[in-house]
Design a protein around this ligand. Structure first.
Ligand code: 5GP
Length: 247
């Protein structure tokens, strides 16, 4: 009898701990500009942009919490299974590619599922691997950053620079919500490049303002990774051909 009660108590405790760890209020949807990512990781990884990539690609769809701590790695007993998203492979390669060519093709998806996807399963719209990756692909299509920026004449260029405040304001005007911009920094040229745009959505995938202070604190950024509004920041064009070499 006592043993049964103890078992029940322990089970309840486990459920409370697991659900507390995976509780979340909104998503941070992060999209990245591949050429800038390749600059950012040039000393650590071989980087290449698949030919199918035509715009900003997904970095991740991250369940997040207003209380400060971003949930992560919520269920180690639900490992990534590529077969569950095999039917999405063509779209994933174009919209959510692993740019690090020195790592296995599935590594990025596996990392994102383990760290973030397992924390989104309390929501019916993202309660399994297929739905989670599909939701991110849909957001990437809907929030086509390259197209949006183009409407404001912000186009990838090696020579034209844009102020981060200007670009951020344009996106705010277009989406009606505040995004967060991240940059990569190239020591040799002392230049910053637009690398990532984070857009926040609620649990119905409606756009909402991102709390930049909260997101920056969670990301634990160095000063170089924060986009400096006073600096001119450049977007690089995507290479037209597949490049599996180091950038
Ligand atoms: P997070 O762990 O916050 O979901 O994502 C951060 C990690 O994603 C960083 O280690 C960053 O280097 C990595 N990352 C960004 N783009 C890619 C990519 O294309 N492929 C892989 N394998 N990792 C990436």
């Amino acid at each position: 009898m006592l043993r049964n009660r103890l078992l029940l108590f322990v089970s309840c405790l486990v459920i409370v701990v697991v659900s507390a760890e995976s509780a979340f209020d909104f998503f941070t949807f992060s999209q990245q500009w591949a050429p800038s990512v390749c600059i950012d990781v040039s000393s650590e990884h071989q980087c290449g942009i698949p030919e199918a990539v035509t715009g900003w690609t997904v970095h991740g769809l991250w369940p997040n919490s207003r209380s400060g701590k971003e949930p992560s790695d919520c269920n180690s007993s639900w490992p990534f299974d590529f077969d569950k998203i095999k039917s999405l492979e063509t779209n994933l390669t174009a919209q959510w590619p692993n740019l690090f060519t020195d790592t296995a093709k599935n590594d990025f998806w596996s990392h994102e599922w383990d760290k973030h996807g397992t924390c989104a399963t309390s929501l019916p719209a993202t309660d399994n691997e297929f739905k989670y990756f599909s939701a991110a692909l849909q957001l990437n299509k809907k929030l086509d950053l390259q197209q949006v920026l183009k409407t404001f004449d912000v186009i990838p260029s090696k020579s034209t620079g844009y102020k981060v405040t200007e670009v951020s304001d344009l996106l705010k005007k277009y989406f009606g919500s505040t995004p967060v911009m991240r940059c990569s920094y190239q020591k040799a040229t002392k230049r910053q490049f637009f690398m990532e745009i984070e857009i926040c959505v609620d649990k119905s995938f409606k756009l909402m303002d991102c709390d930049s202070k909260l997101l920056s604190a969670q990301a634990n950024l160095t000063q170089a990774e924060e986009c400096q509004s006073s600096e001119i920041t450049y977007l690089y064009p995507l290479p037209t051909a597949n490049s599996n070499k180091k950038h």
